[in-house]
Design a protein around this ligand. Sequence first.
Ligand SMILES: *[C@@H]1O[C@H](CO)[C@@H](O)[C@H](O)[C@H]1NC(C)=O
Ligand SMILES: *[C@@H]1O[C@H](CO)[C@@H](O)[C@H](O)[C@H]1NC(C)=O
Ligand SMILES: *[C@@H]1O[C@H](CO)[C@@H](O)[C@H](O)[C@H]1NC(C)=O
Length: 348
Amino acid sequence: MSPDEGVKPIVLLLGEVVLAHAEWNALSEIAELRQVNHGTREQFLNDCRAGVYEGVLVISRTYDSTQITGRFDKELVDVLPSSLKFVSHNGAGYDSIDAHACAARGISVSNTPGAVDACSADTAIFLILGALRRIHIPYTALRAGKWRGNMGLTHEPEGKMLGILGMGGIGTAVARRALPFGLRVQYHNRSCVPEQQNITGAKYVSFEELLQTSDIISVHLPLNASTRGLVSYKEFAMMKTGVVLVNTARGPIVNEDALVKALEEGKVWGAGLDVHEREPDIHPGLINNENCVLLPHVGTATVETQRKMEVLVVENVRSALERGRLITPVAETRKMMANGFTQVQELS
Ligand SMILES: *[C@@H]1O[C@H](CO)[C@@H](O)[C@H](O)[C@H]1NC(C)=O
Ligand SMILES: *[C@@H]1O[C@H](CO)[C@@H](O)[C@H](O)[C@H]1NC(C)=O
Ligand SMILES: *[C@@H]1O[C@H](CO)[C@@H](O)[C@H](O)[C@H]1NC(C)=O
């Protein structure tokens, strides 16, 4: 930024602002705001190559903008303008961005951790209770004029062991919400719980022990190369018969063919899924299984949370413009930022 010349840095919005209009518009005092809210990946790539976005310092992108540009994979990241230093992404999960490719080009990426915790955790609890009660059966039976349908007797959470896979912000919020239902809680995480964070009293166990001893397993991991297909045939085989599986994180962490087989064999008693392997396509083996509670990736679809997320996205943009750094950078580009701007410039 060179205030002397009065030239404002450029911020490019990919997608739409839905709720934080005031916060977004206020950025126009310190930046020139541009927007792309339609088009195809082909067009976007061509425009990037043609230098249409040269001068853009920050990209602010929505989750749905992947429908316009496709993933921010290496192909796309490689043609982003050389002026670009920051990507402020709206979402806790950022698997639609190749953050390593961004880091290699000196581009820092932020996501929206924290903002989604309460809402995502509510969805997980809803699906845990829904799967235990096989809620899909009476829901649909009633509307079909069949009263309770063939529901049979179901289960309740009291005294069951909930295994949380991934104890970040969302996993922790699930653990807190689980306690009043009488659930016991254990978890597996890449790092152990620091003492001061052991608020929920949840026990740390290995991945294998979590699979073998949980009555309910709830997935709260990010999707990346090491978590893709993490819960598959071998893992289902290790689980207790009658286990309930809930996934509100990302579909591809669970192998759906393996889940369908485990449901059909009765290994898995019920499943609650907000996310799917090939969204918006749903596995026919899940659609046709009455023991599944299925949602179309609506875990954070509330006014309160969408607003918190958009505000944090704008705050990241503002921080990038005013202080040259993001507030909530993702792990892959955090190290790069710690090395300072010189390093960033050398890399780009
Ligand atoms: C789980 O691992 C993540 C990533 O290392 C960390 O941020 C989080 O604090 C850990 N959670 C616990 C409860 O240790
Ligand atoms: C957290 O607290 C529970 C209950 O006091 C204990 O069993 C568990 O080992 C603690 N976890 C860690 C990682 O300290
Ligand atoms: C993927 O995420 C897991 C869990 O947070 C982490 O332990 C792992 O290092 C990540 N892997 C890659 C390839 O980024």
